[in-house]
Design a binder for this molecule. Structure first.
Ligand code: DP6
Length: 359
């Protein structure tokens, strides 16, 4: 079994007190993960762009202890964040079989998000991957034989156990998580950097995130994924996602941005179609979301500039467009789309290389 590679029995070095810091970005899925099996196993493969400006920075302070059990405190922006601690407890329980040193230290987790709190951007992908990277850093210090590829594979593997989409954050700029017959080494346990041919038009691809709704998520991902269990269209949807990924392989190679736009939008709308038709059902788009989607499509057909949208499980819109001509698109966004955002808010981002250690 692949996951046995990630079980470590003993470490060659011991550590005294110290601190490590990592920065890990968020990512935006072009082919979505929606539906999973026990053990954070995705029902279909997904593919994402790793972002640059939306990230979490986490510092992990550690000191040895002799008592048993986990001992950690979480701080967000310098303030104790008690509400995060149950999620971290669940995460630690899931990853403990792979990081036997977890009970040997008392941890202080200090975390900071580059994007505003309650901006409607999920921080679980960047947050849990940043923590997983800090923990892997400790493992590497105790086990210097850990190679760079093992380091990133296991970081993604651990991130996945916290939140599926987090598995796609440590590396960039394009990541696949989940088994797909046409992508070598793709697997359900960790994300891999997409190594197929990618047209240069995709380098530093822009993602402007329009904040239509900035409240709490209406549907938690736990509930969302569980809605796919008895969903009448589940099987068809999982097949469709695999087919969309096959189509994406050829689009990435040819750089045909109109095919890209068509594919990415169909995929996003399919995700929402699942929510619209699940039981219970959810309408997560707001009237302003629809207005924005329509305006993006009209702009594309009128100008022949290949700008398109994608959505996550919420009302916010990610506007995707190439670097060439980005100023024109940004002008359109500012003038015609931001009036539909909450307080006119938006975040400018672009594809990036993944996580980095902060010294
Ligand atoms: C709609 O990764 O948040 O953003 O594994 O339960 O933490 P959990 O789910 P999560 O689901 C993300 C769903 C999505 C699509 C995607 O990012 O692929």
């Amino acid at each position: 079994m692949l996951h046995h590679r990630f079980i470590v029995c003993n470490h060659s070095n011991t550590l005294s007190s110290g601190s490590v810091s990592w920065q890990s970005p968020s990512n935006i899925a072009l082919v979505k993960y929606w539906g999973k099996y026990d053990g954070q196993i995705p029902a279909n493969a997904s593919l994402s762009f790793t972002l640059t400006n939306c990230f979490t920075q986490t510092t992990l302070d550690f000191e040895p202890k002799s008592s048993s059990g986990f001992d950690f405190k979480v701080f967000l922006d310098g303030e104790r964040a008690h509400s995060f601690e149950p999620k971290i407890e669940v995460f630690f329980n899931r990853i403990a079989p792979y990081l036997p040193f977890l009970e040997d230290f008392k941890f202080t987790i200090r975390t900071f998000n580059s994007f505003p709190h309650s901006s409607g951007i999920a921080s679980s992908a960047s947050g849990l991957s940043a923590l997983a990277l800090c923990l892997m850093d400790l493992e590497q210090q105790m086990q210097p034989a850990v190679t760079e590829s093992y380091f990133f594979e296991k970081s993604s593997f651990l991130s996945r156990l916290g939140s599926g989409s987090a598995a796609r954050s440590p590396e960039g700029p394009i990541v696949v998580w989940g088994e797909h017959p046409e992508i070598e080494d793709s697997n359900n346990l960790f994300g891999i950097r997409y190594r197929g041919p990618v047209h240069e038009v995709f380098s530093q691809y822009r993602d402007t995130v329009l904040l239509v709704d900035t409240g709490q998520k209406e549907v938690s991902s736990t509930l969302g994924h569980s809605l796919m269990k008895d969903h009448p269209f589940a099987e068809q949807r999982f097949k469709q996602a695999q087919n969309h990924l096959s189509e994406m392989i050829s689009v990435l190679e040819t750089g045909d941005l109109f095919r890209f736009a068509d594919l990415v939008e169909r995929e996003a709308l399919s995700l929402h179609a699942m929510m619209l038709t699940s039981s219970p059902s959810f309408i997560l788009m707001k009237p302003n979301t629809l207005e924005i989607l329509e305006r993006i499509r009209n702009f594309r057909s009128e100008t022949q500039i290949p700008v398109c949208f994608t959505l996550d499980a919420g009302a916010n819109v990610h506007v995707l467009y190439p670097k060439a001509g980005a100023e024109t698109v940004l002008g359109f966004i500012k003038k015609k789309l931001t009036p539909f955002c909450k307080n006119g808010k938006f975040i400018e981002d672009e594809t990036g290389e993944g996580a980095k250690k902060i010294s």
